[in-house]
Design a protein. Structure first.
Length: 709
């Protein structure tokens, strides 16, 4: 109801809080601009210092060793000093850390052309690597720290004011914006270096050709420091934790077959990309390109990586992501062979760009698959460990590659092969061929270990994916004669709160119905009339004083009635039963969550269900804090338990899955919904009977339908 005598503000008058929101948005934009400038300088440093290490009077072997030394020293701090520098970045003011990193990098880079000595160039590379290690965590934590309730949201087009948006969504957008600011300038830095190299070669001559890119890099760092100084404050609300790469790799040694396959795939993709970057400066010089050619090769590689990162999750939607990961690594290795054998710089630059696309696609595809790896003992599933594990593999492989590939190239030297008119095989080409073979082996082994479509022809699978379809083998196509099923299939969806069980169960049921199956969708608790009364008692927050044992027995009673009146009759007539929760929920919630004996609960439920177990249990995992935030309705009695309870529940589900891996499909529920549905369909297809043929509908005038209970 609106009062007619109420005063209304003029439309042009400032709204309450608008000034503070605009100020917050301005601070966000200034910091993001400063981070983008610093990111540009960080990526410019790589080719600029590498070019400075190449002395005209040195032979090819000395040049390779110098470039390899610079690149290795740039990466070495991230491998050895990450926890130490990360702890330092967490203890000092974020804005001060950014200013120190940019200011000192400005000084260090500026002195390199002034001193003009290889030892100082190598020392400068190590110092820049240490300062970049200080800058990166402070930068990635800076933008999210500026986000508070309904303030600033990062978007591709700029920072905008958002009222009423969830703070976690805003922080996630800010983290993506920080990552784009830090890594997005890489292709532009390579192009800028190529342009600066052309200008320097024409204006300064060969003796000072590397000075201009270094001076320009120093200016970029100075500009970034000035822009950061305009930001008044960067709150320290975002904690900084930088794991030790070598420690994570050691922990990863205990991974299962699929986990080791993922590690091999990531290592192979990174090896292919870093190997060509390691010898690109000397190889471009041997092909007559010099520093400008070096910049062109790096620009192609960086642009290809960016394109692959974007295309990886989107290309060949129906195709298995695990198969795509292995194939992308193999493609990158084959392209590296082409880049090693071709002696035309323009062709090498284009091939390198396509190599980057394959490596980027492999990286983005692995980023989703690696989340399914188990956490170490004592650590809850989910979190940032899988991402850190992937990054650790990349850092160690890059360090080994940039140190070993140039050294191998210098040791092998150039050779003349008597083929036709003769073929000159340079040391860098030989080293690239060795790296390509290693990457090819890693990709092939990874493909074999990760393949989740065994027995499905690869070519036919690819053709179906290009048509937007999932390939179905002829053996699974409906027979012309009706098929009578004597028993059904039982599929249960399990997981913590907010994991998306109901959504995925419904999508699976619709998919099964579209394939001609009689499907019964059900849920626990409350699938029957008795169960509805039990559900009200179990989930109502007003139910107080219920003992843990009584709760366990009430769930078992609901399940006994559910199996007797819904599940078992459907299975006996040959239907597919899709249930949202079943037996494992009691073992996880009442057993692990309530800290009751799991074996006793299992015996009670085995008697209540007559020993009926699902043919497949799909376990959807999501960090408890994230899952609880997804809930839209008010929390019920179980959902309102403390987070420690839900963490024990998730650990319980994980323990159950590890004890019976053949019955479980464990998926990371933070992945896209369509991607989860595709993997669930792959696994369900393995346990399905033959579908009812299309002619059955004409003969019976009926059609199988989903029955919601």
């Amino acid at each position: 109801m609106t009062r007619t005598d109420a005063t209304r503000p003029h439309p042009a008058a400032p709204q309450p809080g608008a000034t503070s929101l605009s100020a917050a948005a301005g601070t966000f934009r200034r910091l993001r601009l400063a981070l983008s400038a610093s990111g540009l300088g960080q990526w410019l440093t790589v080719p600029a210092l590498s070019a400075m290490a190449v002395l005209p009077e040195d032979d090819t072997g000395a040049r390779l060793r110098a470039v390899g030394g610079v690149l290795a020293l740039l990466v070495l701090p991230a491998v050895l000093l990450a926890p130490l520098v990360g702890a330092l970045a967490d203890r000092i003011d974020r804005r001060l850390a950014l200013l120190i990193a940019d200011g000192l990098r400005f000084v260090v880079v500026l002195t390199v052309p002034l001193v003009d000595a290889l030892p100082w160039t190598l020392a400068a590379a190590f110092l820049v690597g240490c300062l970049s290690l200080l800058w990166t965590p402070a930068a990635t934590a800076g933008l999210p720290a500026l986000v508070s309730d309904a303030t600033v949201s990062a978007s591709a087009g700029g920072a905008v004011v958002a009222r009423g948006a969830p703070e976690d969504d805003l922080r996630a957008g800010a983290r993506r914006s920080a990552a784009r600011a830090a890594f997005g300038p890489a292709p532009f830095a390579a192009l800028a270096f190529a342009l600066l190299a052309l200008i320097a070669n024409a204006a300064l001559g060969a003796s000072h050709r590397a000075d201009l890119p270094l001076y320009a890099t120093a200016v970029v760092f100075a500009v970034s420091a000035a822009l950061t100084a305009l930001v008044r404050d960067v709150p320290a609300t975002e904690p900084i934790t930088v794991p030790a790469p070598l420690k994570l790799l050691f922990q990863g040694a205990g991974l299962d077959r699929a986990g080791r396959g993922l590690g091999l795939a990531i290592g192979g993709a990174v090896l292919a990309a870093s190997a060509i970057a390691a010898v690109a400066r000397v190889h471009a010089g041997e092909l007559g390109g010099g520093d400008a050619g070096y910049g062109a090769v790096l620009a192609g590689l960086a642009a290809g990586l960016a394109s692959g990162l974007f295309l990886g999750p989107r290309v060949l939607g129906p195709f298995s992501r695990r198969r795509l990961l292995g194939l992308a690594v193999i493609a990158a290795a084959l392209l590296l062979i082409v880049a090693a054998l071709v002696r035309n710089l323009v062709v090498v630059a284009f091939v390198t760009a396509f190599l980057g696309v394959a490596a980027g696609a492999a990286w983005s595809t692995a980023s989703a698959a690696v989340r399914g790896l188990g956490a170490p003992d004592g650590e809850a599933p989910g979190g940032d460990r899988p991402r850190a594990f992937r990054r650790s593999i990349a850092l160690v492989v890059v360090l080994v590659s940039v140190a070993a590939v140039p050294a191998v190239a210098g040791a092998l030297g150039s050779h003349r092969i008597d083929v036709g008119d003769g073929y000159d095989l340079d040391g860098s080409m030989s080293a690239l061929l060795i790296a390509a073979v290693l990457a090819l082996v890693a990709g092939a082994v990874a493909y074999r270990r990760l393949d989740d479509r065994r027995g499905i022809p690869l070519v036919a699978d690819l053709r179906a994916a290009l048509r937007g379809e999932v390939y179905v083998p002829p053996s699974q196509v409906a027979e012309p004669e009706p098929v009578r099923r004597e028993h059904g299939v039982f599929i249960a969806f399990e997981g913590g709160e907010g994991a998306g069980k109901t959504t995925q169960a419904r999508l699976a049921a619709i998919w099964l119905r579209d394939h001609g199956y009689d499907v019964v969708t059900t849920h626990e608790p409350g699938a029957t009339k008795i169960g509805m009364r039990l559900r009200a008692m179990l989930l109502d927050r007003d139910t107080t004083g219920l003992s843990d044992r009584a709760e366990t027995l009430l769930y078992a009673a609901d399940r006994a009635d559910h199996v007797a009146n819904v599940v078992r009759p459907a299975l006996e007539r040959g239907a597919i039963v899709v249930s949202d929760r079943y037996l494992d929920s009691s073992l996880a919630y009442q057993g692990h969550g309530r800290r009751q004996p799991v074996d006793d609960i299992a015996r009670v439920n085995a008697w209540a269900t007559g020993g009926l177990l699902p043919d497949l249990t799909v376990l959807l995992e999501v960090p408890p804090a994230d899952g609880l935030r997804r809930l839209s309705a008010p929390a019920d009695r179980i959902e309102s338990e403390p987070q420690e309870f839900h963490e024990r529940v998730q650990a319980g589900f994980r323990a159950l899955a590890e004890a019976d891996p053949d019955r479980y499909l464990v998926l990371d529920a933070s992945r896209p919904q369509a991607e989860l549905s595709r993997e669930i369909q792959y696994r369900i297809r393995e346990i399905l009977p033959d579908p009812i043929p299309a002619g059955t509908e004409d003969a019976t005038s009926t059609f199988p339908a989903i029955t919601d209970v």
